[in-house]
Write a protein that binds this ligand. Structure first.
Ligand SMILES: *Cc1c(COP(=O)(O)O)cnc(C)c1O
Length: 479
């Protein structure tokens, strides 16, 4: 009889369970892609999900089957909710491999393969941006952390005082559109710059009004703020609208400000020949964040953080510039933790590298282009239906719209948010289609992200059909 640790590590058990799990997931993938099942999400109330874990513990051999029941299914073409990709099978397998070898990546010998691959991925993204050979960067755990890390480098480069050593002396600020992701505000407050640390630039059609930048800067300076950076959203999260990166770049150049592009979502457009123009100007940025898990079929979280001047990457967590370092303390590109907040980090580079190795870089173009095209088609369909209203022309794969009632029976403006909130909740808990919601101004809108390349016209029609049927029930309830 083996003791329990020996049993737990038993290679033959691993082999048998691994084969079983891959077979199970392959069946689920087939099912999802063929649309031969009922639900994209089998809704469970939080307390119930927690209570059910007792049955999980009593049935360890059914652990993955039971867990699957409570997982939202990204490979189902009816998944049109949040900004996350159905991962490619090869990338999911890379994830398994990475979890198994558990190479910590912080220092070189703890991740030889992963470190070389990270350099490859970073250089690939740099080329795609249009940066020259001075560019460099790292991979990090999510766009939020990437944005913070970029802003720390910006602070090192642009603040007048040595904040790293003496603490914040000056009232530092960044300028960003009022549609920016909340993580920017959070990063700024974490750095101790307070609520005034973010200067909101108003938007028009969800796009930063770059014509207001000069005036905003003047006012901020008059108020004693030391503005060090402007952040362009590429794109903003709510509607997927892109800021004018060319104009922001020129403004930053003129005023010697750091230009950061939050391309967590839409930075991926750089891989699409057809949609590359959305990020025109990105090559003038000082730093760029781009998530692989949102549009590029990579498991979460996998983020690239790029610096036009690669030396800046070494300044996020130190005031010292790498060009000042002597030989005893070289930049050492291969010791990645010098440039990341993480000490131990997952081998995320393998996930991206496996996609490029197996399918070629062009698969990113194919996916991004297809998803953008699908979103445009979806938006056009919305515009032909009088009971639906499109919030704004989509630029990426994010489409916001709402149900407004048929022409003979318009829902009063004051009730629109509540009706749409209820439509969305009923649809989510029914689990046959999945979409989300967002607030634009003070109003609640339905929000979709066309994340699955196999979503098609049929799924759009099914979504509209269910939406109308739910709306009818809700409206009958109200009256
Ligand atoms: C998703 C998103 C983020 C946050 O990225 P995570 O990878 O979820 O941390 C930041 N900015 C924008 C514009 C985003 O769309």
């Amino acid at each position: 009889m083996k003791n329990s640790l020996e049993h737990a590590y038993d290679p033959e058990n691993f082999r048998a369970e691994g084969h079983k799990l891959v077979d199970f997931l392959a069946d689920k993938l087939k099912q999802a892609m063929s649309g031969e099942h009922d639900f994209v999400l089998e809704w469970t109330e939080p307390d119930e999900a927690y209570a059910q874990l007792d049955t999980f513990l009593d049935n360890p051999n059914e652990l993955f089957e039971r867990t699957w029941q409570q997982c939202i299914r990204l490979h189902d073409p009816r998944f049109m909710g949040h900004q996350i990709s159905p991962p490619l099978p090869i990338a999911a397998l890379a994830g398994l491999f990475s979890d198994f070898v558990n190479n910590g990546m912080g220092i070189y010998e703890m991740g030889v393969a992963g470190t070389a691959m990270e350099r490859f991925v970073v250089k690939t993204v740099a080329r795609q941006i249009g940066f020259d050979e001075h560019a460099d960067g790292v991979m990090t755990s999510g766009g939020s952390l990437g944005n913070l890390t970029a802003l720390l480098a910006a602070r090192s480069r642009k603040a007048k005082t040595d904040v790293w050593n003496v603490g914040t002396q000056e009232p530092l600020s960044v300028m960003v559109s009022d549609q920016a992701h909340y993580c920017i505000d959070r990063a700024v407050r974490m750095m101790g710059w307070g609520s005034e640390g973010v200067i909101m630039v108003p938007t028009e059609d969800f796009r930063m009004r770059t014509d207001l930048l000069e005036a905003k800067l003047k006012t901020a300076r008059a108020n004693g703020r030391d503005v060090i950076a402007v952040i362009g959203s590429a794109c903003c999260t709510s509607t997927g609208t892109f800021d004018d990166l060319v104009e922001i770049g020129k403004f930053c150049e003129r005023h010697d400000l750091w230009f950061h592009v939050d391309g967590a979502h839409g930075g991926a457009s750089m891989f699409s020949k057809k949609y590359r123009h959305l990020v025109d100007g990105i090559e003038t940025a000082d730093s760029v964040v781009m998530d692989f898990h949102k549009l590029l079929m990579t498991p979460a979280v996998t983020t690239a953080l790029l610096f036009r001047d690669g030396n800046a990457a070494y300044q996020s967590f130190s005031q010292q510039a790498h060009y000042l370092w002597n030989e005893a303390e070289t930049p050492e590109w291969f010791n990645l933790a010098k440039r990341t907040f993480e000490c131990t980090k997952t081998m995320m580079s393998l996930k991206v590298f496996s996609i490029i190795a197996k399918h070629g870089l062009d698969i990113f173009d194919e996916n991004v282009t297809r998803l953008h095209d699908l979103a445009a088609e979806f938006a056009e369909l919305i515009q032909t239906q009088p009971d639906l209203e499109l919030a704004t022309e989509p630029q990426t794969n994010i489409v916001c719209f709402r149900y407004v009632g048929d022409e003979s029976n318009r829902i009063p403006l004051a009730n629109l948010s509540e009706v749409n909130r209820r439509i969305r909740y009923v649809m989510m808990t029914a689990g046959r289609n999945y979409l989300v919601q967002t607030t634009l101004g003070d109003e609640l809108w339905l929000r979709t992200t066309i994340a699955n390349p196999f979503t098609s016209r049929k799924h759009f029609d099914d979504l509209f059909k269910e939406l109308r049927s739910v709306a009818t029930t809700i409206l009958a309830d109200v009256s």
